[in-house]
Structures are given as C-alpha cells and as structure tokens.
Design a protein. Structure first.
Length: 490
C-alpha cells in the first residue's frame, strides 16, 4: 500500500455506499503509485477516473474528457500545480479543482484558494477526507454541512505556521477574501496572532504593494487617537504646529488595521462608522472631508456582541465591521501547532540574534507542548526569545525556561493523587472542572464533550460548587425552553 494514502483499507467499497451519479475525475500527479491507488479507490466509488503525470498531460486529457473534478498536485517536475491551476480554471471554468500536496506552507494554500481551488488536502491523503471533498463539490445537493479539512504547514521563519484544522480554515478564508475590499473582523484572545492574519490578508490582496498601517485603538486617549487616525490641520489644537496626515491618509491604496477596536469611545465609533459608510473622514480642524480608499481590517479580543448588548458598542458599526469574521483559536485549543511554531519562532529568533540555538531538551519540549499558554503565541515567542538570549550553547535546557517547567510540575503534582484516595465523585468533579476550563466555561461546548444536557451540567456545577474564575458568562443559549428540549433529548 502506498504510504501517501491513509485508511484505504478501511474505506467503503462501492457495494457498501449509496450510489453516486457517475462523474469524471482527472488526477494530475507525478507520483505514479499514488495516482494508481487513488484511481482504484475513486473508481470503486462509481467515478470515471483518469490520470496524468504532468500539467501539460493533464490539460491534454482534460480537453478530451472535460472532467467534472481535477485533483491537482502542487509540486511536479516542470510546471507546478499552482502554475497549472489558472490554466485549468480558464479552459474549464465549470470544472472543480482540489489541490493536494506533501508540502506545508501558508502561501501555497492562499494562492490555491485565490485562484479557484475549492479545497486543499495534505499528503498523506486521508481517503475519508478526499471522499468528503469530492462529494461536496460534485454533489453539493447531498451535503447538509460544509466539511472542513486539515492543512499542515511547515515551520517557516517568515510566515504563519500551523497544522490544526482551525488554522487551515483561517488560511482558506484569507485566500478567498484577499482580493475583495470587504471589511474583515478578526477575533481571538490576546497573543493569538491577529495582526499577522491582517498582514497576511493584505499581502495576499490586490493592494499588496500599498501600505499596511496599524493603529492600536486602546493605546491613545480619544483626542490623540482622532488626530492619529484622521490627521489634523495646523493650529487645530495646542501643539499642532503643522498639518499632519492621519493613518487613514497614509493607508490610501493599502490596508488600515484597527487593533482592539472594542476599546473605541462612542464618539470615535461614530466617526469610524462614517468612514465605513461614506468612505470619507474629516481631519481635526479641517472644514472639508477627505476621501479614503483604504481597506479596513479590525481586530478585537473582547466579545463585541456582549458590548453591543451592554450598550458599549454601536450595533450598526458592529455589523459594518463583521462583513467577514475570522476567529483565531487560543493556542491551548490547537496544541498540534506548537512544535511547528517553536521551529518557526526559533528560526526567526536565531536570525535576529545571530545565534544557532537549534535543539531543545526532551523534557523542555514536553513542558512547552503541555503548557496552557494564556498569552498564546506571543507568550511562546517571548519564552523562546528569553531562552535563546540566555542559552550558553545550542540546546535549550530546563533551567532556561524554569518558570514554564515548574508550572507544569506543580500542576502534575497536584493531580498525582492515587486512585485509592479518589472517590467516584472526586473523579467526576475533576473531569467536569477540566472540561469547563478547557472550554472557557462555554456550557454548550462542555455539554457536547461531557455528553450531558444543559440542565444536567448546571446541576453538576451546583453540586460540586464549581465557579468560573473569570466571572464571565460566555453562553448565548441559556434559554429555559432550550433546557427542556435538551433534557428530553438527553
């Protein structure tokens, strides 16, 4: 069995699945064995499958067959799949394209999605994932939900890296919206990389050669922030000795990134709303407005819907900002990304510090992977920067990140209670507590993990006297009527 294919032996045969309308699929991959294995499997699913081993061969085959779906490898001798993708889409605009690759880089994912690919699957190919992708694009009427697919990304020093399913979806959305002028709202905890996503969206777009201008909306008082955003005329206020352009002017023909947008005052919210609605702004002290063609990308680490309900954020501005929303999960929810992030961050840090710290002790790596990272990627980066700066050789050892290692040891010791000392109730309480902490006290997600109803979870929280340390309410669905339905369903 070819190692490029996973779960082939477990995949259903034609006799065990529902009949599928006969569709033509063209596989373009220089790996002959992989092509043959995929051809056998997809043929068994009722598809008419042909293969080619280069882009030029694939184009010739496509002209004769007019395939419904092309499965196109990214990297092949001669013309690459990325180079061939626009050719296929131009010659056969109604043909679906799924890209496959053994390489892990964000830029390829973005380019593929920008140029019309409908999915991007990483090798070794998971047959179930490919089947779902093929069924989704070839038989959209049969799909009730949009499936997601995992993309692994290599540790590169100059780009975002990840191998989690959630981050793969982020990269897909970037590719889909990069060339569009729509406003994008990026949400996520502090340190998750919201500005990196904004910058990646800018660099992938049509105005990539234009400026990328960032503003921290929480860093300045209102009067200074207005001047920073929109500029001011000479004499507009004490100290305004000359005319100064604002960030919106500087961002013309490019992108303006508004970080911590939830901290804007009501006055600044109204002024920003006008910019989004009218594409114009008025500098402080000016009589006439100025036009703005800057693309707006905003970010927040607070729940803007809660702010709207509390009357702290304008609802009309919120809907203007969230035309497209990209959510970045915290690092503790995508631990599979940590190793790649460590390698990428170390590459960048070594370059910046002119060092050659290339190894990490096994116990240190375990601590890094198990740490909860409340500061997310930013905290991980800071930890590695400190370790590299203090490292006497080329190996990061325990003493260089003792705070992280010691925190992990303390957590382990507190949990190392022998089974004989635990009652069933102790075990149940500890399990519920861990699930609630892992979901940040989102009761809906906790119910899904625990397999209990909402009322049952509430009773467990009350019985075990569990409390949310943040004191925040994160659920949107605490309706008593929903409890009744949930209890009956459970």
């Amino acid at each position: 069995m070819n190692t490029a294919i996973k779960k082939f032996s477990e995949s259903p045969t034609l006799e065990t699945v529902s009949p599928i309308r006969k569709k033509r699929i063209l596989i373009v991959d220089d790996d002959i064995a992989s092509c043959r294995t995929l051809q056998l499997h997809l043929s068994s699913q009722g598809y008419d499958v042909s293969i080619a081993h280069s882009v030029d061969q694939g184009m010739a085959a496509a002209y004769g067959q007019h395939p419904d779906l092309v499965i196109l490898d990214i990297r092949m001798p001669g013309k690459s799949g990325l180079e061939g993708l626009p050719e296929f889409k131009q010659a056969f605009p109604d043909t679906h394209v799924i890209m496959i690759t053994a390489f892990h880089d964000m830029d390829s994912t973005i380019e593929a999605m920008k140029h019309g690919a409908e999915d991007y699957i990483h090798k070794p190919i998971d047959i179930e994932e490919l089947d779902k992708a093929a069924a989704r694009v070839l038989n959209p009427g049969d799909q009730t939900t949009v499936d997601t697919h995992q993309v692994d990304l290599a540790p590169l020093a100059n780009t975002m890296v990840a191998r989690s399913r959630a981050m793969k979806e982020v990269f897909k959305i970037i590719g889909l919206v990069a060339d569009s002028p729509v406003t994008v709202l990026i949400t996520g905890e502090s340190g998750t990389g919201k500005e990196l996503v904004a910058n990646a969206t800018h660099r992938a777009g049509k105005n990539a050669n234009g400026p990328f201008v960032a503003i921290n909306c929480a860093a300045l008082v209102e009067t200074l922030l207005e001047s920073d955003m929109f500029g001011h005329e000479k004499g507009a206020f004490t100290g305004a000795v000359s005319r100064q352009p604002g960030k919106f002017s500087l961002a013309n023909n490019g992108t303006i990134f508004l970080d911590e947008i939830g901290e804007l005052s009501p006055t600044m919210q109204a002024k920003l709303l006008r910019v989004l609605q009218e594409k114009e702004f008025t500098p402080v002290g000016a009589k006439a407005p100025q036009q703005s063609n800057a693309r707006v990308i905003a970010a927040t680490n607070v729940n803007l819907e809660d702010r709207v309900r509390e009357g702290l954020f304008r609802e009309d501005l919120y809907y203007r900002l969230r035309v497209v929303t990209i959510h970045l999960p915290p690092l503790r929810e995508r631990r599979e990304d940590i190793v790649d992030l460590i390698q990428a961050l170390l590459a960048r840090i070594n370059k910046q510090m002119n060092r050659n710290v290339t190894q990490i002790a096994s116990d240190v790596m375990a601590s890094l992977k198990n740490h909860n990272w409340p500061g997310n990627v930013r905290e991980l980066a800071n930890t590695l920067e400190k370790a590299v700066a203090l490292c006497p050789g080329n190996v990061i050892t325990r003493d260089l990140i003792s705070d992280i290692c010691d925190a992990g040891s303390a957590n382990n010791q507190s949990e190392q209670k022998s089974l004989s000392e635990w009652s069933l109730e102790d075990i149940e309480k500890a399990h519920v507590q861990r699930v609630l902490e892992a979901t940040q006290w989102h009761k809906g997600n906790a119910c899904d993990i625990l397999g209990v109803s909402r009322p049952r979870l509430r009773r467990m929280i009350k019985h075990f006297a569990l409390t949310n340390p943040n004191g925040t309410h994160t659920d949107m669905d605490d309706d008593p009527e929903d409890d009744t339905h949930s209890e009956q369903a459970n």
